[in-house]
Ligand binder design. Structure first.
Ligand code: FPP
Length: 246
């Protein structure tokens, strides 16, 4: 039986998050410079987005550029930003044709102005699309996000808008950049690294983690299917015992 047919569509993760890793190593394996790996990573982005939407996944979040990535050589950062602008522009029609809404999390105001503008335009144009939401994490880090939420709530408490005693999980989540999305149930990381790297630390409290040695540019639809099948074979207990679930 083919992999797609093995997926139980009734038990799909609503939200999948992906740490796209291994572009640099993929380029090295092919004897090319790092940006060649990023360029080939775009194909994997397209395949993953298409496969997720076709299945009926509602949210897909991709870690495209972390706060820490600014520390890379300027030539790589510039090339990545150019690639982002170009990809958003090129894929806008596909997003519209497939009824996919584009969103972003992270401090996007610090992106180069061309990138910020292109991204905001695509977000505006796709805002009414309903089949799936594609969230790009750009200039994002979870610690930054949690600190921002803490600052927002502290300011509100100072102004008397929030009672500090009443800050619970729901109130805290309402200050996160992901407030409009459910928590990811499945987190995929490629390239064999088994780290979270400052990604959605709050939101993945109960996510199933899936690590694959594949390098991101090699990631295709069938690899997403495999990850979902693996997810569907796990017992998610949320702190309860196995017996309590049955
Ligand atoms: C990690 O590989 C990848 C990135 C930091 C960037 C991801 C960007 C893309 C796939 C391109 C465009 C994306 C979108 C959403 C349009 P790495 O460079 O850390 O690889 P390495 O660990 O092998 O060096």
């Amino acid at each position: 039986m083919d992999l797609k047919a093995q997926i139980n569509l009734e038990k799909l993760p609503q939200h999948i998050a992906v740490i796209m890793d291994g572009n640099g190593r993929w380029a090295k394996q092919h004897g090319k410079i790092r940006i060649f790996g990023h360029r080939n990573g775009v194909k994997a982005v397209r395949e993953t987005t298409e496969a997720a939407a076709e299945l009926g996944v509602k949210y897909l979040t991709l870690y495209a550029f972390s706060t820490e990535n600014w520390a890379r050589p300027a030539s790589e950062v510039n090339a990545l930003m150019t690639l982002l602008v170009g990809t958003i522009r090129k894929e806008l029609k596909t997003l519209m044709d497939n009824n996919i809404r584009l969103k972003a999390i992270g401090d996007i105001s610090k992106l180069p102005s061309k990138c910020f503008k292109e991204l905001n335009e695509a977000i505006e144009i796709t805002k009414n699309n309903q089949r799936m939401t594609l969230v790009l994490a750009l200039n994002y880090s979870a610690r930054w996000e949690i600190l921002e939420a803490a600052k927002t709530l502290a300011a509100k408490a100072k102004d008397g808008e929030v009672d500090p005693e009443k800050i619970d999980v729901d109130v805290f989540e309402s200050a996160l950049s992901t407030k409009d999305y459910p928590d990811p149930e499945l987190l995929i990381r490629t390239s064999g690294e088994t780290r979270i790297s400052n990604f959605l630390l709050w939101q993945i409290a109960y996510a199933e983690l899936y690590f694959t040695p594949l390098l991101w540019p090699d990631f295709r639809k069938e690899h997403l299917y495999k990850a979902i099948i693996d997810f569907q074979n796990r017992e998610r207990r949320f702190g309860k015992t196995s017996e309590q679930l049955t």
